[in-house]
Unconditional design. Structure first.
Lengths: 318, 302
């Protein structure tokens, strides 16, 4: 974190920093004792794996160790770019995430605003309790249910077949159904829970604003557009940035649970591909390169979103 | 549902019923229905006749045929499911304790104004929220630290959630400093301040954290699936995955049993979902306010 000591001045500064640190350790040794296991944890399970990314530059063989393996430079990265599955996994990752962003992100906001407008307080409470519930059901059970409902005799299948008049068959054997079903499932599970934070923001809005609007004769829509939405927009923006920052990594454990080789065409994303080639096929270096690709895009998206938001409306993560 | 609508119009009272309220109420009732129906379907199916269930198509409104507990008997006699339950309980106790200890240590130290490295440590932790080495390097970290294929894979590598540290730190910082000052004058050291003053005053946030981590452990299947090989170590969720998703067949001794198994399979799936989901859904309404509180405390920082 500190700049390299170049001049005499900065060296003096560094010295005094070290002195202050020693003094601090001496006067609060127990704080340092307490933080030590935490630092150790982060070093071993977060920063050491980051260092482990270097195996993407080698043809890593675990028995040889990293530095004795053959150095191949960026070959693994260029291999991925010319990989037959590169386009497929990239496209699916982006398309699924965009759908989640487009439909999954606004849904809890709209839900929170609508529920907040509901006159019946007890129904409001009841709706909240019920819609938070799926958040606590495990992903394995949710995905199991989804597969069951989309089977040949399933509920969702029968609804879809009634509408389209098709013959009933397992929806998860048609690649075209995967993405909409996946997105719907994720929204079903999380919209209630995700709305809590907006409720918190809504309850923090000043009632005087609404009273003033009433006096001015504003109707419900005017009040929502001019008071409610501007009032919760800082919350919306922060969550949007966080969402974009997690875009590439979110929810792929559920994809592993749901997908099958028949629908890889539409369901296989970068993370699931990394899992298959890395842990199932043991191509460690190549899988690490593919995963690194993912992390970098993810981090870049976060930085871009954060920068834009700071420029446009002064809200940012840091 | 009828009852709810009545409650609505009663508490509504003064304000006249507008078109908007009618539409809005309808939307909410629809969302409630969509949320509850799948759970209702599972519950009803789990008591149904297995053969009728096999041939049934589409939504269920009531128990098919004569109500039977056959599925539950078969489900509960499944040894690996019970092992999974036991393992998960163990992982919850051990994992959550470890996570609580490290998270509260981290939150406490970075909330101390006289801890010189607090900003640096905070940055050090937050960076990991947004960038990580990915699956394969984590796999090697786990292998090289000797916890691959042990009971520790779902707790040690996930010991601290930075998000939870932020929530806890925010709470600790809201405790008035004057309370600690008296203790410090009496000669209490930093650790004593932590467990004699800060922890007793932080019961709400501790409850929230235990719930977050506990539920996380209950639902966790991913680390165990990636980083263990021995089936005896599997948590409940991995066993559920075998039953619900991978359709693993039960061991049948003869043809007749095998045929019965095929029929019972659907039924057993539903019963398994009920058995594995009911514990958490039963306690959930009582804990809801704590969960909400957690989100709120986090939102302050947000």
């Amino acid at each position: 974190m500190k700049k390299a000591p170049g001049t005499a001045l900065s060296r003096a500064k560094n010295d005094s920093y070290r002195k202050r640190l020693f003094k601090n350790i001496k006067s609060h040794p127990l704080l340092y004792v307490m933080i030590l296991p935490v630092i150790a944890y982060f070093v071993v399970y977060h920063y050491y794996p980051m260092y482990g990314l270097v195996i993407s530059l080698f043809n890593y063989v675990p028995t040889k160790g990293i530095w004795k393996s053959d150095f191949v430079g960026l070959k693994n990265f260029s291999d991925f770019l010319s990989d037959p599955y590169f386009f497929r996994t990239m496209r699916n990752t982006i398309v699924i995430n965009l759908q989640m962003l487009l439909f999954g992100f606004p849904f809890p906001i709209i839900f929170a605003i609508l529920l907040n407008e509901l006159a019946a307080i007890r129904l409001r409470r009841f709706t909240q309790t019920v819609t938070y519930m799926p958040h606590f059901i495990s992903s394995v059970v949710i995905c199991g249910l989804m597969l069951n409902f989309s089977g040949t005799n399933g509920v969702i299948t029968s609804i879809i077949c009634n509408i389209t008049g098709q013959e009933a068959s397992n929806l998860f054997s048609h690649s075209d159904y995967f993405q909409p079903l996946y997105v719907l499932m994720c929204i079903w599970q999380e919209f209630g829970w995700d709305s809590i934070i907006y409720f918190a923001a809504l309850s923090g809005l000043d009632p005087a604003l609404y009273e003033a609007a009433d006096i001015d004769g504003a109707n419900r829509w005017k009040k929502i557009i001019h008071i409610t939405i501007p009032g919760i927009s800082p919350t919306i923006i922060i969550l949007l940035i966080l969402r974009i920052g997690n875009m590439m990594t979110l929810g792929w454990d559920k994809i592993i649970l749901l997908y099958n080789p028949m629908i890889y065409e539409k369901a296989d994303v970068i993370s699931t591909y990394v899992y298959r080639i890395g842990l199932l096929n043991f191509q460690y270096s190549f899988a690490t390169a593919v995963g690194f690709f993912n992390s970098v895009i993810n981090f870049t998206l976060l930085m871009v979103a954060n920068t834009i938001s700071r420029k446009v409306n002064d809200t940012s993560l840091w | 549902m009828n009852k709810i609508v009545k409650v609505k119009s009663k508490s509504h009272g003064r304000e006249k019923i507008t078109g908007f309220q009618v539409i809005n109420t309808t939307i909410m009732l629809f969302l409630i229905f969509v949320t509850v129906y799948p759970l209702y379907h599972v519950l009803v199916a789990s008591f149904s006749d297995p053969i009728l269930l096999m041939s049934h198509t589409g939504p269920l409104t009531k128990i098919l045929g004569k109500a039977t507990l056959a599925g539950y008997i078969k489900t509960l006699s499944n040894k690996s499911l019970l092992t999974g339950f036991r393992n998960t309980l163990f992982y919850i106790v051990v994992g959550t304790s470890l996570q609580m200890a490290l998270t509260s240590f981290a939150a406490y130290t970075v909330s101390r104004k006289n801890f010189m490295l607090r900003n640096a440590i905070m940055k050090f932790m937050i960076f990991t929220m947004f960038f990580n080495g990915g699956l394969i390097p984590l796999f090697f970290a786990i292998r090289n630290t000797g916890i691959y294929n042990t009971i520790w894979v779902s707790s040690i590598p996930y010991a601290v959630s930075v998000y939870n540290v932020i929530i806890m730190k925010t709470f600790f910082e809201s405790i008035p400093e004057s309370l600690e000052e008296a203790a410090i004058i009496d000669g209490a050291n930093d650790f004593k301040v932590f467990y004699k003053i800060i922890l007793p005053l932080s019961k709400p946030v501790i409850a929230v954290m235990i719930l977050y981590y506990g539920v996380g452990q209950w639902n966790s299947w991913f680390p165990a699936a990636m980083f263990t090989r021995d089936r005896v170590l599997y948590p409940l969720q991995l066993i559920l995955r075998e039953i619900l998703i991978e359709n693993s067949s039960q061991s049948a001794d003869n043809l007749l049993e095998a045929i019965q198994d095929t029929y019972a399979k659907e039924l057993v799936k539903y019963c398994t979902i009920v058995v594995s989901t009911v514990p958490i859904l039963v306690v959930y309404p009582f804990l809801q306010k704590y969960f909400e509180k957690g989100v709120m405390i986090g939102a302050v920082k947000g």
